[in-house]
Design a binder for this molecule. Structure first.
Ligand SMILES: NC(=O)C1=CN([C@@H]2O[C@H](COP(=O)(O)OP(=O)(O)OC[C@H]3O[C@@H](n4cnc5c(N)ncnc54)[C@H](O)[C@@H]3O)[C@@H](O)[C@H]2O)C=CC1
Ligand SMILES: NCC(=O)COP(=O)(O)O
Length: 331
């Protein structure tokens, strides 16, 4: 693909019964300085376009990188096993969802696409179908052979990355160890520079325990793992602050001058981020050899096919992927 060609973005529809198809149709109505290729079930898109009364011309993808034309979508068809009813999950379509992700991810590895932007999937129905699946983050890591994916969500001036991704809370403390934490922080530091243009990123690191362990009286992970890890990485030149008590880290004065926050687990960092930016935040997977961004929300089955789903986060995810493609081309 030529450096000056419009970025080719694979747009996965996500769970076909959810709002993913609705949102892809909504963004297809706008002009984009990118070539958008919907990866998913063409029949589902056609049916949803009729339901939502939106214009749609599906063009079989021929590999061209012409900028997007409103009202059209290039299609890499990945049919569902059975017809889809908006709002109604069907386990029989779970494999098609994974095939869609594999096709888009492999296409990025093969240079067919410059980036993948994902619509939301229903993790439960994939597992109900007997397929172990925790999230796109882990799926794309396995597909691309990346040893440590790092989930980062961004909204406005706040970026929150996670030391652990989709883990039951009971398993979180045991998953925090020095080699793992070092790897996450190195990836975060490296990708903030390479993908987001932050020359010397300053990262605030949360403690795991209340009051960052209260000097060892409320848990020892800060003393035994986090502090030694941060000291070692500071000696390598990383600008790290912490471990800080998570309850006050997210206050404006503490956040001043920070480029990112590393939270120890999913629900330590993401509620704050979503409070600030739900509806226009972007989920970015760092540590992959491909560019992957996503929406900040789930499948919202209650809204599928109603025309009431807000496409703001998918719009932001697409802008963010396009910016990262340009950043990677200029390196
Ligand atoms: N990137 C992904 O694939 C993600 C997938 N999920 C999956 O989504 C499923 C449902 O998760 P929930 O916790 O119910 O979260 P959800 O985000 O689907 O819904 C939470 C609330 O937000 C509303 N909402 C969500 N997106 C909206 C939008 N674009 N416009 C307007 N309102 C919106 C919903 O109607 C609901 O009231 C789960 O299976 C979860 O695993 C959740 C987060 C991310
Ligand atoms: N809460 C964010 C989330 O669960 C997204 O996960 P993933 O499917 O992007 O790995």
């Amino acid at each position: 693909m030529g450096q000056s060609a419009a970025p080719r973005i694979a747009l996965t529809l996500g769970e076909p019964a959810g709002i993913g198809p609705d949102l892809c149709l909504a963004i297809a109505q706008q002009p984009w300085e990118a070539s958008l290729v919907a990866v998913g079930c063409g029949e589902t898109l056609r049916a949803r376009a009729v339901e939502l009364d939106m214009p749609l011309e599906l063009i079989s993808d021929d590999g061209n990188a012409e900028p997007h034309r409103p009202g059209t979508l290039r299609l890499a068809d990945c049919p569902t096993a059975v017809a889809v009813a908006a709002g109604h999950l069907d386990q029989r379509n779970a494999q098609a969802v994974l095939d869609m992700l594999r096709q888009a991810g492999q296409g990025c590895l093969d240079g067919v696409y410059d980036a993948v932007v994902t619509g939301p999937v229903q993790k439960s129905v994939i597992n109900d179908a007997g397929i172990h699946f925790t999230g796109h983050t882990e799926f794309f890591a396995e597909l691309t052979g990346a040893p440590r994916p790092v989930m980062l969500l961004a909204a406005d001036n706040l970026r929150v990355a996670l030391a652990t991704t989709h883990l039951p809370l009971r398993e979180v403390a045991d998953a925090i160890n020095e080699p793992g934490l070092s790897e996450v922080l190195r990836i975060l530091h490296r990708d903030l520079r390479a993908r987001m243009g932050l020359e010397t990123p300053r990262i605030l690191v949360c403690g795991l325990n209340p009051h960052a362990g209260e000097g060892g009286h409320l848990g020892r992970e800060e003393l035994d793992i986090i502090i030694p890890c941060l000291e070692r990485l500071r000696a390598e030149g990383l600008d790290l602050v912490g471990p800080l008590p998570a309850d006050t880290l997210f206050t404006p004065r503490v956040l001043e001058g920070a480029d990112a926050v590393l939270a120890m687990y999913h629900d330590q960092g993401l509620p704050v981020l979503k409070h600030v930016g739900f509806g226009h935040a972007v989920n970015i997977t760092l540590g992959l050899p491909i560019i992957r961004t996503s929406v900040d929300h789930g499948t919202a089955l209650d809204l599928a096919g109603t025309g009431r789903a807000d496409a703001g986060s998918l719009v932001a995810a697409l802008h963010s992927a396009i910016a990262m493609v340009h950043a990677s081309r200029s390196q």
